[in-house]
Design a protein around this ligand. Structure first.
Ligand code: Q46
Ligand code: ZN
Ligand code: ZN
Length: 314
């Protein structure tokens, strides 16, 4: 029997990258301490911050919500939830319901943002945009930033894990996309109209997130979004995991090398100059923001009078 290194009881989780076996109780503590360390290392929150947590209903965001809720008193933050209904048939509703159940279980105030209220859905982008996921990414960033700002949040926290971070890193590297690499960071500061953004799970591998969700019996939606199939990010994660299987710890090494050596060297890379979108007034690097261009592609109309019509639990 493999035993927990800390207490000698039967081990539940084996972490090859750290050559460490832990029982349920010690894995949960280890996991939470590591998230707290990431929060402190990157100065993600200040006491008194109102933190908007983006919760899809998938395991990563559900785990993030739970951990930040548990830490909230200790680190002096106030948590509010944001969930987007992207209008993906057979998918969005299940996610939405799970997110709401967590908010209600923890008595966390929340807001649901419906893309439909802006005149279109992600389903309607099929056939119009070849890469639905990249358009969806634009939509999520836009709606989350806008809602977080409207809710008076100081920081927007997302559940991106180490694997998400590294797959973006790999893709951007392959494309030579210096702008994305320069902006790729566990913490992006506040800018004109943009709420500060943080990724508290950046030093946490996705496999550990799954183990934590299972051990704490957190409800999450397992079904993948229908558009996730064939998404290159999934392939990059598989490549990273097969590397990790042969060289335990290599993902941590990649992350550390990027943050300590490569990222600082990219700081001088020219950032897009921030102005305001002529259509919606949100921050944009061009005259019309990417969200409004997507909306116009689907609906054919400009939208001077956009409203988010929030369904609110606050
Ligand atoms: S929701 Fe949107 Fe994901 Fe679905 S369309 Fe792609 S990006 S896969 S996390
Ligand atoms: Zn133990
Ligand atoms: Zn716009």
């Amino acid at each position: 029997m493999v035993r927990c290194r800390l207490c000698g009881r039967a081990a539940t989780v084996r972490l090859r990258y750290a050559n460490l076996s832990l029982c349920k109780e010690h894995f949960i503590k280890f996991f939470e301490r590591r998230v707290l360390r990431s929060i402190n290392r990157y100065g993600m929150f200040r006491r008194g911050d109102r933190v908007a947590v983006a919760v899809s209903g998938g395991k990563d965001s559900v785990v993030l919500l739970q951990v930040l809720y548990d830490l909230s008193e200790r680190i002096g933050i106030e948590v509010v939830g944001l969930t987007i209904d992207l209008g993906i048939a057979g998918y969005s509703n299940a996610y939405l319901e799970v997110a709401k159940r967590h908010y209600e279980r923890l008595s966390i105030p929340y807001r649901v943002i419906r893309l439909r209220d802006y005149g279109f859905t992600v389903d309607e982008l099929v056939g119009i945009r070849r890469n639905v996921c990249s358009a969806c990414g634009v939509i999520k960033r836009y709606l989350l930033n806008r809602a977080a700002r409207e809710e008076g949040a100081d920081v927007l926290a997302t559940g991106h894990s180490m694997d998400d971070f590294l797959s973006v890193l790999l893709q951007a590297y392959i494309r030579g996309d210096l702008e994305t690499l320069a902006k790729l960071s566990p913490k992006l500061p506040k800018a004109d109209g943009l709420v500060a953004r943080v990724k508290p799970l950046v030093e946490t591998p996705e496999r550990d997130v799954l183990a934590y969700a299972l051990l704490r019996e957190l409800e999450y939606v397992e079904e993948e979004c229908p558009y996730a199939k064939g998404a290159t990010s999934v392939e990059y994660k598989m490549i990273l995991n097969s590397l990790e299987d042969r060289h335990p710890g290599i993902k941590f090494q990649m992350l550390r090398a990027f943050m300590s050596r490569i990222q600082p060297a990219l700081k001088t890379e020219k950032k897009g100059f921030l102005r305001r979108c002529e259509e919606c007034g949100e921050p944009s690097s061009r005259n019309v923001c990417q969200f409004c261009r997507l909306r116009k592609l689907v609906t054919g109309e400009a939208g001077k009078h956009l409203s988010s019509n929030p369904v609110s639990g606050m």
